[in-house]
Ligand binder design. Structure first.
Ligand code: KIV
Length: 297
């Protein structure tokens, strides 16, 4: 038996991401299912995050708070099936790691064993250092996430850019250092002034991956549906829409409706035909000419 796993040429690993500190920018994006994972992977992006933003983007919840471990596991399995090269990272949902490091480790291991995740991500800084240490110590690579952490929606009283005061900035720098010391191999910086994320990026030795955190981070991440124009409702300032899929899909649906209504769909080419030589028997066309059926028991 060989203990050497062939991860394939160019397979992205957690140590490979760690080694990109200060190097070429890390390109990360969320995905929630098989087709989007395939598209992201085939485009050559480095990290696919099965984000708990799935709650809003795919399940229609108002916040990320209700999404469950089971829902995140199902999405992670689908993403994993669609991914060959990118690093697959599973977001641990609200309530699955806060409080008890031993329970957090069990959940992190489920994401690896049952769903094929190659790393997990949790939200929180110094307050979650014990959880990060426990997960990293159980051989599961882990990414931290500080700043505007959507799972803190209730405590923050909404989605607010963090670190705008010098006290807030100091706290964020402390959080980043705590996440690094606890053993995370990268850290997401979300909703942080550019100046402060530059300082954090200079102070930590692990890569920073920004979302609404300016250009100085070691990489960037966006939400798939934001990037392709499939998000309903509020669009954050930091989102750049690279496509208008909502418009494309609406146009396709309108044309489909018209074509069905006017019998332009399906065409002959889109229909099956009886094989050559098979004739329709007259009684199939004219059932009234068939002998009556016997009683039905
Ligand atoms: O859930 C998510 O999509 C995220 C990213 C925004 C970093 O956590």
């Amino acid at each position: 038996m060989s203990h050497i796993t062939d991860t394939g040429a160019g397979k992205v690993t957690a140590p490979a991401i760690r080694a990109r500190k200060g190097g070429s920018p890390i390109v990360a994006l969320t995905a929630y299912d098989y087709p989007t994972a395939r598209l992201v992977d085939e485009a050559g992006l480095d990290i696919i995050l099965v984000g708990d933003s799935l709650a809003q983007t795919a399940l229609g919840y108002e916040t990320t708070l209700p999404v469950t471990v089971e829902e995140m596991l199902a999405a992670t399995r689908a993403v994993k099936r669609g991914t060959r090269r990118a690093l697959v990272v599973a977001d641990m949902p609200f309530g699955s790691y806060q409080g008890r490091p031993d329970r957090a480790v069990k959940t992190a291991i489920r994401f690896v064993k049952d769903a094929g995740a190659e790393a997990v991500k949790i939200e929180g800084g110094a307050a979650r250092a014990d959880v990060i240490r426990a997960i990293a110590g159980s051989e599961v690579p882990i990414i931290g996430h500080i700043g505007l952490t959507p799972q803190s929606y209730l405590r923050m009283g909404g989605y607010r850019v963090q670190g705008k005061s010098m006290d807030g900035a100091r706290e964020l720098i402390e959080d980043a250092l705590a996440v690094e010391r606890a053993g995370a191999f990268a850290i997401v910086l979300e909703g942080i002034p550019t100046e402060i994320s530059r300082i954090i990026t200079e102070r930590v030795s692990i890569p920073t991956i920004g979302i609404g955190a300016g250009v100085h981070c070691d990489g960037q991440i966006l939400v798939f549906t934001d990037l392709v124009g499939l998000t309903f409702g509020h669009k954050a300032k930091f989102v750049r829409e690279y496509a208008d899929l909502k418009g494309v899909i609406a146009g396709a649906l309108a044309r489909y409706s018209e074509d069905v209504g006017s019998r332009r769909f399906p065409s002959d080419r889109e229909s099956y035909r009886l094989p050559e030589g098979v004739e329709i028997e007259p009684e199939l066309e004219h059932p009234e000419s068939m002998p009556p059926l016997g009683p039905i028991n």
